[in-house]
Design a binder for this molecule. Structure first.
Ligand code: ADP
Length: 537
């Protein structure tokens, strides 16, 4: 029975170690996934924030350029002197004080004057003539600029701007009305001239903005570029004329690339440690299981051997005892009677050892079973005491027997086991005690439908040293084997008693110190027969 348990335990050890390895592996995968996912998410978030910031910076830079042009056109248009010059068509003055800004200076590339009511326009362009040129911008674009200004309030502060493709290039164009500096003499819109200022949006201008804000790869493109970030430069109707494009910085990805090698190394080491731990666990569990299986096989072989050999020994010994019984009844001389008695005693002692061997092998092989019949514990004990009293008397020992189980009449259990336990304990007490007394005490109380019995056997013998008190319950264990052998015995009595007590579900203990005798106590909880209980109720 017990060996079957160990094998199951061995198997479950192995299974447990597999589960643990699996658990470890699962844990590792989980950690790896969490680390990878967290790193990826953090990197993506960092990339997203950086892209957003870069876009904001570029939009701010473009806004700065637009603002610069708007401020410039407002300054040149809220000006009484130019108002008068335009009315007087004093082209020379206009060129010197305003138009030359387009031909000479690099912050303006186009300076146009539109006469009141859009009758005519003239102006100056970079690399162009000092003389005012008509039709520098296509009529369509001029119409767009006029339309742009139309809805704004009639004053020099209303400045609008838009991007346009003109003269084969991309332009930022701004427009406003030319008014008196002090804002006086409000006139109808149709009587006011207009200014159109232009700035060429070149590759240099745009990449210059990138350099200003330390953003790499900023350029101008007619079409949005896939895989890059793009910011549209819109015409007056909102349709894109061109795009500022750039490669968004990816600091998260860069960081991830930097830490990926150390991270992968750490994960690989972790994986290795996990694999090695799992392997070690499975290996040691396999070794343990193999050892358990071997131990079980060895134990089984020993038990089988004991069972077989005990049986083989008992048969001839029964023959010897039987024949001696018959021989005793024949006409023998006194000497012969003594000899026959000696042979009988020896054979009976041998038989007891054989019985013990049979018992222990039955218990160990798991084939021993207990009866469940009603019996009177005090009566069974009295029988044992009466039988063993002869031995105590032979040694002149004081032999005391007391029972205190008034309330208990019958109990349910195995009377043979009970007798066997009592015989072993009392037999030992008498066997090992030379002088003094052996006392047997049976105590009993009831608890619910159970009888709680306590059998204690005390003696004034040599006692048992504390370090031997556990050992004596082992098979074939004898404290002093030479002395024990003188007294007879196999070292099996206590181990059989302990096994029986445990099969019944009780406990056995010894209290002793060398030279102070010993007290063995057995505690059993046995069922009370139902009938009796009902009667009592
Ligand atoms: P056996 O009596 O056949 O040797 P047991 O299993 O009954 O085997 O006892 C084991 C050992 O425990 C004995 O050999 C003895 O050394 C010790 N022992 C048992 N009972 C007593 C006792 N009452 N007093 C002293 N020693 C004891």
């Amino acid at each position: 029975m017990s060996s079957e348990r160990t094998s199951k335990q061995g198997l479950s050890n192995l299974r447990l170690s597999y589960y643990l390895s699996l658990f470890l592996f699962g844990g590792f995968i989980l950690v790896a996934v969490v680390v990878a996912a967290t790193s990826y998410m953090m990197a993506s978030e960092q990339n997203r924030v950086a892209a957003e910031k870069t876009r904001e910076l570029i939009a701010t830079a473009i806004g700065g350029v637009e603002n610069q042009l708007r401020v410039l056109i407002r300054d040149y248009s809220n000006w009484t002197a130019i108002y008068d010059a335009v009315r007087a068509r004093d082209y020379e003055w206009i060129y010197e004080n305003s138009g030359s800004s387009a031909t000479n200076e690099d912050y303006l590339d186009l300076n146009l004057v539109v006469e009141p009511g859009g009758q005519a326009n003239y102006g100056w362009v970079y690399n162009g003539d000092e003389k005012p040129q008509p039709g520098l911008l296509e009529a369509e674009i001029m119409a767009q600029m006029a339309a742009l200004l139309e809805p704004t309030p009639v004053n020099g502060d209303s400045v609008t701007h838009a991007y346009a493709t003109a003269r084969g290039e991309i332009w930022l164009l701004a427009t406003t009305r030319i008014v008196l500096t002090d804002g006086s003499a409000p006139v109808a819109d149709g009587e006011l001239a207009r200014h159109v200022f232009g700035l060429r949006v070149s590759d240099e201008l745009i990449s210059g903005l990138g350099d200003q804000f330390l953003i790499e790869g900023v350029s101008l493109s007619r079409e949005p570029i896939e895989g890059s970030d793009n910011l549209a430069l819109n015409a007056h109707e909102g349709a894109p004329v061109a795009y500022v494009t750039w490669r968004a910085p990816r600091p998260g990805t860069a960081t991830l690339e930097k830490i990926s090698i150390p991270l992968i190394t750490v994960m690989a080491l972790l994986a290795l440690a996990t694999a090695m731990t799992g392997r070690m666990m499975v290996r040691s569990a396999t070794r343990l299981e193999r050892a358990l299986v071997m131990a079980r096989a060895a134990d089984q072989a020993k038990t089988d051997f004991l069972a077989n050999i005990s049986h083989e020994l008992r048969t001839p010994m029964n023959g010897v005892i039987g024949v001696m019984g018959i021989l005793k009844a024949t006409d023998l001389s006194e000497k012969q009677q003594q000899m026959v008695q000696l042979v009988t005693n020896s054979a009976e002692a041998q038989m007891r050892i054989i019985e013990d061997l049979v018992d222990i092998s039955r218990i160990e092989s798991g084939t021993a079973s207990l009866d469940l019949v009603p019996f009177r514990p005090d009566e069974e004990l009295r029988n044992v005491v009466d039988l063993l009293r002869l031995d105590a008397d032979k040694k002149d020992l004081n032999f005391a027997f007391q029972t205190d189980i008034e309330a208990i009449d019958m109990v349910l259990g195995d009377p043979n086991a009970f007798r066997q336990i009592a015989t072993n304990l009392i037999g030992n007490a008498i066997k090992f005690t030379e002088t003094g007394q052996v006392s047997v005490h049976l105590d009993g109380t009831t608890r619910g439908d159970e009888a709680l019995l306590s059998l204690s056997v005390s003696d004034t013998g040599p006692g048992i040293a504390p370090e031997h008190q556990r050992l004596i319950f082992e098979r074939f264990a004898q404290v002093d084997s030479s002395k024990s052998r003188q007294k007879g015995g196999s070292g099996l009595g206590l181990s059989i008693s302990k096994a029986l007590v445990e099969m019944i579900g009780g406990t056995i203990e010894v209290k002793s110190s060398p030279g102070q005798g010993a007290t063995f106590t057995v505690r059993l909880a046995l069922e009370l027969p139902r009938q009796k209980m009902n009667e009592a109720a």
